[in-house]
Each structure stands twice: as structure tokens, then as C-alpha cells.
Design a protein around this ligand. Structure first.
Ligand code: BDR
Ligand code: CA
Length: 317
């Protein structure tokens, strides 16, 4: 059984990734920690509870985390995910925030990893504020993690939030810097350009949403805002390499639930630009080894797309 802890800014693609993990065999989700990002952290918490309700998994504990980055202004991605993060398609029967755990996300991460040393993998599909605060609270944390999977960063300086910055890193560059420098455990990155080059065709999306299930109907409802947005000129440009279904966070999640999903990766030390005029939040890949860092991350290059399609289909069954 794989033990996973998920850190999310539930967003539509986070919802897709959570549902993928919930449907995966031999995966135990020990908790879901919430952080600011696509929308305010209160909305993120509500969205996670909604996803868990749809999947009949409300017993999984949900924790509220940081409501803003370590420094600077809070961003959001409402133009793509909707103001509430889930396509502005509310459900009057959604669970209330009274269902949240009282413990904070950061202390839950520290507690759960320490209780299961060497067994827990962390999957972060959001700005890395909670993870950065957790390692400041407990510097021994990375040594006790099995693996860390992150959706974030970029490899070709193609931005989706600023000229050169991917959303999760740009929404909290200091946190991304701390995590990439201090989490010296096996770390897998699903970066922005990689996710763009591995989009699924719209025909797949139609078949995916047409499945006769409550989960598929829920997804069709919350995803329609992002589908419309994806077909506009702005997002077609941003999404590099043509139009299609892009579920960024699901790649990091698929890597965490199935070891054979990643077929090829590069191994390099990485860091994050903190001061550039146009490049703050951009990931720096040290291909020449000039940063004198010993820790190298796995930058995912090629995955088993047939497996991905199957996992995505299963998520909505
Ligand atoms: C990332 O930013 C968010 O909007 C998505 O949920 C994903 O985690 C893509 O850059
Ligand atoms: Ca996300």
C-alpha cells in the first residue's frame, strides 16, 4: 500500500488529480492539506471537501494551511479555474468548513510524516508554502519522506503566469526555493512545458466526461469554465503546442501512484530565481553543475500516456 499525503490548491486540475489518486488501487491517502493558490485557501478547503463528498471519501482528514505566500502578494488563477476555483458551479449540498480538522496543515504534515518515517510520499500540486513552513518547523522532515512529487516549475523558461514563471512557483518563489534546496529526498518534477507537450486530445475529454457516473457529471459541471477558457486565444498561446485537455496536476499524481508511469527523466540540480525583473519564480536548471549542489531532482521527460488515459478514465468511473 502506498501512503500519500496531498498538498493542493484545489483548482479543477487538482480535483482531477485527487480523483485519480482516490481511484488508484493500493493507495492510502493519509490526509489532504490545503494552501492558497488557484483561489483563497477557504475556497480550496471547501473544494477538497466537495471532491471527497462526490467520491464518498469524506473520512479522509482535510487541513487548512497557509493563506498567502511567504513574501509578496497572493495570486489566483480565477480566469482559468473560476473565482471559486471549481468553475463557479456551486453545490448547495456541499459540506461546510466545520468538517475541517482543527490542526493546521503544516503541523499535520510534520506529524504524519514523523509517525510513518520512510513510508510517506508527499504530492504537492500547489504553491509550496506549506512544505516550506513544514521544513522550517522540522528540518529532519525530508530525510523521513519516501519521495516528493511536485507539479511546478519550468524547463524552457516558458511562463503561464509571468513571462518566465509557472504558476505554482511564481505564486511563492521563496517557498519553491526553500523546498528545492532543503528537501534532499528523491524528488520528481512534472514541469509546465512537459505537461503542455503531453496534452490529451479534446476527443478523449469528450469520452472521459461522457461516462455515465456521478463523478463524470460532477467533473463536466466544474470543468466547463476551464474548457471554454482553454479554447480562447490567450490560453491557446499559454498552453504551448496547440489546444487540448491539460490536467497538469494529474501527471505528478500519476507518478506518485504508479512507479512505472515515468518512463524517462533527466537528473539535474535545480533552483528558483528570486530577484529577476522578468524571471522571478522561474526554475533554474543547472545542466552544467555550476551551482555546486549535490542534490539532483528527477525532471520528468517521458511518461506512459496509455496508462495515463486509463488512470484518468478510472478517476471518473
Ligand atoms: C499549476 O497552476 C495551477 O493553476 C494548477 O492547478 C497547476 O497546479 C499549473 O501551472
Ligand atoms: Ca494546483
Amino acid at each position: 500500500m502506498k501512503k500519500l499525503l496531498l498538498d493542493v490548491d484545489c483548482g479543477v486540475d487538482d480535483a482531477q488529480a485527487i480523483m485519480l489518486a482516490l481511484a488508484a488501487p493500493s493507495v492510502e491517502i493519509l490526509g489532504i492539506t490545503c494552501v492558497h493558490g488557484n483561489t483563497a485557501v477557504e475556497n480550496v478547503c471547501k473544494n477538497v471537501l466537495r471532491v471527497l463528498q462526490v467520491c464518498k471519501k469524506l473520512e479522509i482528514p482535510v487541513f487548512k494551511g497557509a493563506d498567502r505566500p511567504i513574501l509578496g502578494k497572493r495570486l489566483n488563477a480565477g480566469s482559468f479555474h473560476g473565482k471559486d476555483g471549481l468553475g463557479d458551479a456551486p453545490d448547495p449540498d456541499a459540506p461546510g468548513l466545520d468538517q475541517l480538522q482543527k490542526e493546521s496543515a503544516v503541523s499535520a504534515i510534520v506529524r504524519i510524516v514523523n509517525k510513518n518515517p520512510g513510508e510517506v510520499s508527499l504530492v504537492a500540486t500547489a504553491p509550496l508554502t506549506n512544505l516550506a513552513l513544514a521544513v522550517r518547523m522540522d528540518p529532519s522532515l525530508p530525510a523521513k519522506l519516501k519521495r516528493l512529487y511536485i507539479m511546478g516549475g519550468n524547463t524552457e523558461s516558458r511562463g503561464n503566469t509571468s513571462v518566465c514563471g509557472e504558476f505554482n512557483f511564481t505564486a511563492d518563489p521563496e517557498a519553491a526555493y526553500i523546498v528545492l534546496n532543503d528537501y534532499q529526498c528523491p524528488t520528481y518534477l512534472a514541469c509546465w512545458e512537459f505537461t503542455c507537450y503531453n496534452k490529451l486530445p479534446w476527443e478523449f475529454c469528450d469520452a472521459w466526461l461522457a461516462q455515465n457516473s456521478h463523478k463524470a457529471r460532477f467533473m463536466a459541471k466544474i470543468f466547463s469554465h476551464s474548457i471554454e477558457a482553454s479554447k480562447t486565444e490567450r490560453f491557446e498561446k499559454e498552453f504551448i503546442a496547440g489546444s487540448g485537455l491539460i490536467s497538469c496536476d494529474s501527471y505528478a499524481m500519476a507518478a506518485a501512484v504508479d512507479d512505472s508511469f515515468v518512463v524517462e527523466s533527466d537528473q539535474f540540480p535545480v533552483s528558483v530565481e528570486l530577484v529577476g525583473t522578468h524571471t522571478r519564480g522561474m526554475m533554474v536548471v543547472d545542466t552544467l553543475g555550476l551551482l555546486n549542489k549535490t542534490h539532483k531532482v528527477f525532471i520528468i521527460k517521458k511518461v506512459d500516456m496509455e496508462k495515463f488515459r486509463k488512470m484518468m478514465m478510472a478517476a471518473l468511473k
